[in-house]
Design a protein around this ligand. Structure first.
Ligand SMILES: [Mg+2]
Length: 306
């Protein structure tokens, strides 16, 4: 799972983010799938000061949709992601939202205080919901309903080694699934995954994310009131998901339909290393160096201003 990342030295203006509109399209159709950390800004404070306008400009310049996080483009995706994160506000600015979303995991029936907590994303991390019917082969076609509309089909593609991964993760960690997707959509998929066996001690949805204009959703791990940050890991295919705690994050490439994908199998090996360490952040930082690169980006920005 180790990756090599170079700090971007030049600001490349021409980012290929042609797929950026994928989740927007879902919102237009009122499916509101919002699979990848970008959401309608309607629930977010619309007032625009100078800072937010500046951030929106940087967003346009550097945002790359996680659909671009493919194995071949992984380093590039990380570079642009970290560049945009370098413009994020201080993590203390999210305190109000975090206070409103507090979750006490020790109340959960199957929470084990002796285990670390592993939070995993759903869309393009565990499965791909092929709602556009882009691919021919699907493991299952699920139906779900938003209430006022006709049934919507979710052609589901499971990431290879999914159940092997879930068996391992649920046995060794307090396993939580945390998706930025709509609750009804996600529950349809999670009910299917957990049809034979319960893996997750808790399911979290879009409403547990914190938000940053113009619509980036972040899975801030400080919402877990009784878990310390040295003991919690977030696996996600979007780097923005763990923007506020970069060294807790394990970035996995986006899955669509590659039957030879072995990322979940590799992840089992990597998680084995984290099982008994005092602080998962130290090992993650040694492996991925996200915080280090972010610091270097910030330093190089200061130098260029001088
Ligand atoms: Mg995802």
């Amino acid at each position: 799972m180790s990756i090599e990342v170079k700090v971007p030295d030049n600001e490349k203006e021409n980012i290929d983010n042609k797929n950026k509109t994928k989740s927007e399209k879902y919102d237009k159709n009122s499916i509101s799938k919002n699979s990848e950390n970008i959401t309608s800004s309607s629930s977010i404070n619309e007032s625009k000061d100078e800072e937010s306008v500046e951030f929106e400009n940087n967003f346009k310049k550097y945002y790359v949709d996680p659909s671009q996080n493919t194995p071949l483009n992984f380093d590039n995706y990380v570079q642009y992601g970290l560049k945009l994160i370098s413009y994020f506000p201080n993590e203390n600015d999210f305190e109000k939202q975090i206070k409103e979303k507090q979750i006490c995991l020790s109340k959960e029936k199957n929470f084990d205080i002796n285990k670390k907590t592993l939070v995993v994303d759903m869309d393009e991390t565990l499965i791909h919901g092929d709602v556009d019917f882009q691919f021919k082969y699907h493991d299952e076609i699920l139906k779900f309903n938003f209430g006022n509309e006709n049934d919507i089909l979710i052609p589901l593609i499971l990431r290879p080694h999914l159940f092997e991964f879930l068996d391992y993760a649920s046995e060794n960690f307090n396993l939580i699934v945390f998706t930025a997707s709509d609750k009804n959509y996600a529950n349809s998929i999670l009910n299917f995954i957990e049809k034979k066996k319960k893996y997750f001690i808790k399911r979290l949805f879009r409403d547990s994310c914190v938000y940053l204009n113009p619509g980036i959703s972040i899975k801030d791990l400080r919402i877990f009131s009784d878990v310390t940050l040295n003991n919690i890991i977030l696996v996600d295919n979007s780097i923005f998901a763990f923007a506020n705690q970069l060294s807790n994050g394990v970035l996995i490439s986006s899955f669509y339909n590659d039957i030879n994908d072995c990322m979940l199998e590799n992840l089992i090996d990597y998680l084995g290393i984290l099982l008994n360490v005092k602080d998962v952040r130290e090992i993650n930082e040694q492996s991925f160096q996200f915080e280090t690169y972010l610091l270097n980006i910030k330093k190089s920005c200061k130098l260029s201003i001088k």
